[in-house]
Design a protein around this ligand. Structure first.
Ligand SMILES: *Cc1c(COP(=O)(O)O)cnc(C)c1O
Length: 360
């Protein structure tokens, strides 16, 4: 069975919108898309924005494919991984029907996109063990089988718990659900992990898809650029489900510059610094008053349980430090998520909490 058969049957031969840019025509004077002959007076961009952008610029696809170790045909770029999560839900599940599996506590967008599309979410919660949170692939498999879900969202490293799923476990799960469900591994924080990317399994697992983004390690959250990577025939169908011009020209331009060798080298150095700071901050927090538990993290944040999370949140806020309150998430009623910052920023976090231990 081809993985494309896991997508909605009514979309398999869907052509999508035929934009002016998608026709392979040659010419000197382009009068086919109702664009202006002049750039906007305020447009000083290296590439003026007066024309509609290429939906999937080949140089960008090639640069991303090189970065992520896949073929350009295996990659679809989108307006952040958020857009790609939405496309996956819409392309795999009929509106108002079907189900998708998630592993809470996890990233909220899987639920949001499923809900907007009328798709039921079936939960296979992470297990909390001595070593931290872990994905239970037996649980995920039975949830998918019992619900007939076409889509499984794994997140590795997981937001907000920080644990990464071993590559062998991903391979095992994708194998068990082959022909039943698409297994999506959201790797928004993979650069900070020391385990291999699930893209290394693509040859062995036709029903596997991997999400990557420039928002976190590459410091381009404002550019809104993400990618879904997988079997080329699947990617082709997903492309036809996407908006006609998903990537704005200035964003394409900046992303390309961020993917040249020098910029990527600088990004890797920042990642190394964050990984070092993560260990330092984790140790300092574990010793701070009022902290109950700091979870091991393969990402650029730490999940921390407090004796009094509200007091810790307030104490940090009073010191000008804003962290993410996780208390609404199942099983995290006493937890905050703290992004690893620069060393000076991390010192401020530790100092603010240390004061909490000093009697007034
Ligand atoms: C931040 C985050 C994203 C969002 O990525 P964009 O590319 O900015 O849309 C996706 N998945 C997870 C798990 C995240 O934490």
């Amino acid at each position: 069975m081809s993985a494309v058969e896991l997508l909605r049957s009514d979309l398999r031969d869907f052509a999508g919108y035929r934009s002016a840019r998608s026709e392979k025509l040659q010419g000197e004077i382009w009068l086919n898309a109702n664009e202006s002959p002049w750039p906007n007076a305020a447009d000083a961009g290296a590439v003026p924005s007066r024309r509609y952008p290429d939906p999937q610029p080949q140089p960008l696809r090639e640069a991303l494919a090189r970065l992520y170790g896949c073929a350009p045909s295996q990659l679809l770029a989108g307006r952040g991984s958020d857009e790609l999560i939405d496309i996956l839900v819409r392309a795999a599940c009929m509106p108002g029907q079907g189900a998708a599996v998630t592993t809470p506590p996890t990233f909220g967008m899987y639920d949001v996109c499923a809900r907007l599309h009328g798709v039921r979410i079936v939960q296979a919660p992470l297990r909390e063990q001595a070593g931290g949170f872990a994905c239970d692939i037996d649980e995920v498999e039975s949830a998918a089988r019992a619900s007939g879900a076409r889509l499984v969202f794994l997140c590795s490293p997981n937001n907000p718990t920080g644990d990464a799923i071993p590559t062998d476990a991903v391979r095992e799960l994708a194998g068990r659900l082959d022909g039943r469900a698409l297994v999506v591994v959201d790797e928004a924080y993979q650069e900070f992990a020391r385990t291999p990317s699930a893209t290394t399994l693509l040859g062995a697992c036709p029903n596997l898809l991997v999400l990557r983004t420039l928002s976190k390690a590459h410091a381009l959250a404002g550019v809104r650029l993400g990618a879904v990577i997988g079997d080329a025939t699947l990617i082709d169908v997903l492309r036809r489900c996407q908006a006609p011009y998903p990537l704005p020209s200035p964003c394409i331009d900046l992303a390309l510059r961020a993917l040249d060798d020098d910029a990527v080298r600088a990004t890797r150095m920042h990642v190394e610094t964050i990984v070092r700071e993560r260990a330092r901050l984790a140790a300092a927090l574990a010793a701070a008053p009022g902290v109950q538990r700091v979870y091991p993290s393969a990402a650029n944040f730490l999940l921390v349980r407090f004796e009094d999370a509200q007091a810790a949140f307030n104490r940090l806020l009073a010191a000008g430090v804003v962290v993410r309150d996780m208390r609404a998430q199942p099983g995290l009623a006493d937890a905050l998520r703290i992004t690893v910052g620069s060393s000076g920023q991390n010192d401020r976090v530790v100092a603010a909490l240390a004061e909490a231990g000093v009697p007034a």
